[in-house]
Design a protein around this ligand. Structure first.
Ligand code: URA
Length: 486
């Protein structure tokens, strides 16, 4: 019997190496036991490499999709994870099609473990709260956070924090391994005791912000707890405000109703009657909306565009992302934000921990407006009338999805959602009010980053954009807002 000890740090690489050596030595799964240095402290102290005793040379070919899955599953808390991976790998060598066999119970179990780890990474990105531990006036500011992840996610998630907080030193301490980032380099350390972290002024700001975005009239305690599980509360400053906010919600909601605006001005009825066709809410079936959008002839843009591009994404999404209008690629493919600007958006969203697939993505205007130049179609900004005509569709999408937060990419989306055409650069990063009081976070359009010729300005704008996407993610995870649709 071979016993392999995988170290706690750099476990993904160590598991791969050991698994490759075992395969090359033809050691079947039933003849291997696996442990890590959490369970095998004694063994870890024993000199000699883990795995087969003989040095092994050669290589094995396995599907890339397996390696990607394994690189995530190794961070699962299940002590049997290494053994499960190796047993599946052993079968995979004989039957490479297994990676696409959805009925294979062994694969489903590993996929579920992969999902659990990713979810834990996602929670870590959202719920780590840093406190300042160094001199705020020092050359490099220094922060620390205490976090208790369900799985061993510190190492695979550290890159996200390193990119995000590259200009400061920080450490994320956990009961397991800890990440320490100093002078631009991350290292991992074992067994840090829980530190006594100071209160931090930025926490007060954060709690105030959280109190302000909390809407008592829309409180849904269960939804709130499933987005922000209680186990994380003890290390999150804003969580201290939650019981208070919940207890005070009914009284505050009554007060809001009493203070609601009174009678509308006399002109309003006439204006509303005139615009009834533009303002009546969508009441058709959800799955008919894309077809209706595709048949739209409300404005002349449908004459030259290839097709209308309706929004896409889960109707249960808490975040709605609204861009300007389809570009050349979107017009041809019939999907929003898939061209160069969309691809840039996806990359930065990924850095910010924002999962685009969990959001509903759409445009303020559904048809591509362009000017032909030779064989090219040059993008033209939609005018106020086109934005106004298309607003009906955008509002219909908002009615269906009822997002907790809307992210407005660029001036057209901001105008359509808030009615204000004020300077975008002054507003980016602000939370304004959109249809039905839904918070609208204003940010740049990714095409602005693509067009920016100055490298420094581009880097700064990209950083702002990434922060805005991180805030959108955070707000969508934490804001309480009605979920009135079924
Ligand atoms: N630009 C947008 O605003 N939306 C798209 O869908 C593509 C590019």
């Amino acid at each position: 019997m071979t016993h392999v000890v995988v170290p706690r740090i750099d476990a993904a690489r160590a598991w791969r190496d050991a698994a490759r050596d075992l395969l090359l030595s033809q050691v079947p799964p039933q003849e291997v036991t696996w442990g890590d240095t959490r369970q095998d402290r004694g063994l870890f102290d024993t000199p000699g490499p883990p795995g087969p005793a003989r040095p092994v040379t050669g290589s094995v070919t396995v599907p890339r999709s397996f390696l990607q899955m394994a690189d995530t599953v190794v961070w699962h808390a299940d002590p049997a994870r290494f053994a499960r991976l190796y047993a599946f790998l052993w079968r995979l060598i004989e039957a490479p099609h297994l990676m696409s066999d959805r009925g294979d119970a062994h694969l489903s179990q590993l996929r579920q473990m992969e999902k659990n780890v990713r979810r834990c990474q996602h929670k870590m990105k959202a719920f780590v709260r840093f406190r300042e531990i160094g001199d705020p006036a020092g050359p490099r500011r220094s922060f620390a956070a205490w976090f208790e992840p369900t799985h061993h996610t510190v190492e695979p998630t550290a890159g996200f924090f390193a990119r995000r907080f590259a200009d400061m030193d920080w450490r994320i301490l956990t009961p397991d391994i800890s990440a320490v980032f100093e002078d631009g380099k991350v290292r991992f350390e074992e067994d840090h005791p829980r530190p006594d972290l100071p209160d931090d002024a930025s926490e007060i700001l954060w709690v105030t912000y959280f109190r302000n975005i909390f809407n008592p009239a829309r409180l849904k305690v269960k939804a709130m707890q499933s987005e922000m599980p209680k186990k994380y509360w003890k290390n999150m400053p804003e969580a201290a405000a939650i019981p208070d906010l919940i207890a005070g919600a009914p009284a505050r909601a009554r007060e809001m109703a009493l203070n609601a605006p009174g009678l509308p001005p006399p002109r309003m009825a006439a204006v509303q009657a005139q615009q009834a066709h533009l303002t009546s809410a969508w009441d058709g079936p959800a799955d008919d909306l894309p077809r209706q959008v595709s048949a739209c002839t409300r404005c002349p843009l449908h004459r030259t565009a290839t097709q209308a591009v309706p929004g896409e994404g889960p109707l249960s999404a808490r975040l709605m992302i609204v861009a300007e209008q389809p570009g050349d690629q979107e017009d041809l493919q019939g999907r929003p934000l898939v061209g160069p600007a969309g691809q840039l958006f996806d990359r930065i969203a990924d850095d910010a921990g924002l999962d685009r697939n969990g959001a509903f993505v759409t445009n303020a205007v559904k048809h591509f407006k362009f000017r032909p130049r030779g064989r090219q179609r040059i993008h033209q900004r939609p005018d106020a009338g086109e934005i106004q005509h298309c607003r009906w569709w955008l509002e219909a999408e908002i009615q269906l999805v009822r997002p907790a937060v809307i992210l407005a990419l660029g001036a057209t989306a901001a105008l359509s959602l808030t009615g204000s055409g004020a300077d975008l650069m002054q507003r980016r990063g602000n939370v304004e009010t959109g249809p039905d009081g839904i918070p609208v976070l204003i940010t740049l359009h990714p095409a602005y980053l693509l067009r920016q010729p100055d490298a420094d300005k581009k880097a700064a704008a990209t950083e702002h954009f990434r922060n805005d996407l991180g805030l959108a993610r955070h707000m969508s995870e934490n804001t309480v807002f009605p979920r009135t649709h079924a």
